[in-house]
Design a binder for this molecule. Structure first.
Ligand code: GSH
Length: 210
């Protein structure tokens, strides 16, 4: 069975949990304490040398890391991954946008909001990250102003990848009321069949998490 190394509050982990659920694929889920360095042990680094969740153990016992790569792997051959060449490249365009122009600002500010205190460097970086995050939301707002979903008028993994941290952006200090087209898109994504919230405890608990 597929086994997902995950953390409940992680949007990157949530992307994978959500797609697995919507694909109806059974999986085991192992909760890792990312605040206590559980992904940095020698045992975990052998699974993912980058020491991060989400990391998926495949049926053959090998491992796959990077949330958006995992989405591509799981969505292959399904309705969540476009069949047409240009639409597939557009989906990748949004996945790369998510990782380079969105997640480092919106997810990181949310993560920092969960820390007891910020270092001087983090304090200094906050305003810059906030404005880069607002820039990313502005780009999504303009795109979604004339569309129902990010690619080809159809819900897919680009929507899952960007929904994960956009819908909780307010936890990082972003004002979503300023982005009505994003708000309408968030509601459409949440209304998709088998949608589960980030707080949902999906997946089976493995008898032995090793
Ligand atoms: N680009 C990676 C980012 C993964 C990532 O940053 N994971 C965080 C949780 S959201 C983590 O495992 N942090 C623990 C650590 O860095 O030790 C992805 O999309 O999967």
């Amino acid at each position: 069975m597929l086994r997902l190394y995950d953390n409940q509050i992680s949007g990157n982990g949530y992307k994978v949990r959500l797609l697995l659920t919507q694909l109806g694929l059974p999986f085991e889920r192992v909760e890792m304490d990312i605040f206590k360095g559980e992904t940095r042990t020698a045992e975990f680094l052998a699974r993912n040398p980058n020491g991060r969740i989400p990391t998926l153990r495949l049926e053959d016992g090998s491992y796959l890391a990077e949330s958006d790569a995992i989405l591509c792997y799981l969505a292959e051959g399904s309705a969540f991954w476009p069949a047409e060449r240009k639409a597939r490249a557009e989906a990748l365009q949004w996945l790369f946008f998510e990782q380079y122009s969105h997640e480092p600002y919106i997810a990181v500010l949310r993560f920092w909001a969960n820390l007891p205190e910020l270092t001087a460097l983090q304090q200094a970086e906050r305003p810059g990250r906030k404005s880069r995050g607002d820039e990313a939301l502005g780009i999504m707002e303009r795109h979604l102003g004339t569309r129902s979903f990010l690619v080809g008028e159809r819900y897919g993994i680009a929507d899952i990848a960007l929904y994960a941290y956009t819908h909780v952006a307010e936890e990082g200090g972003f004002d979503l009321a300023a982005y009505p087209a994003i708000g309408a898109w968030l509601a459409r994504v949440a209304a998709e069949p088998d949608h589960v919230p980030i707080t949902a405890e999906v997946g089976l608990r493995p008898a032995d998490a090793a």
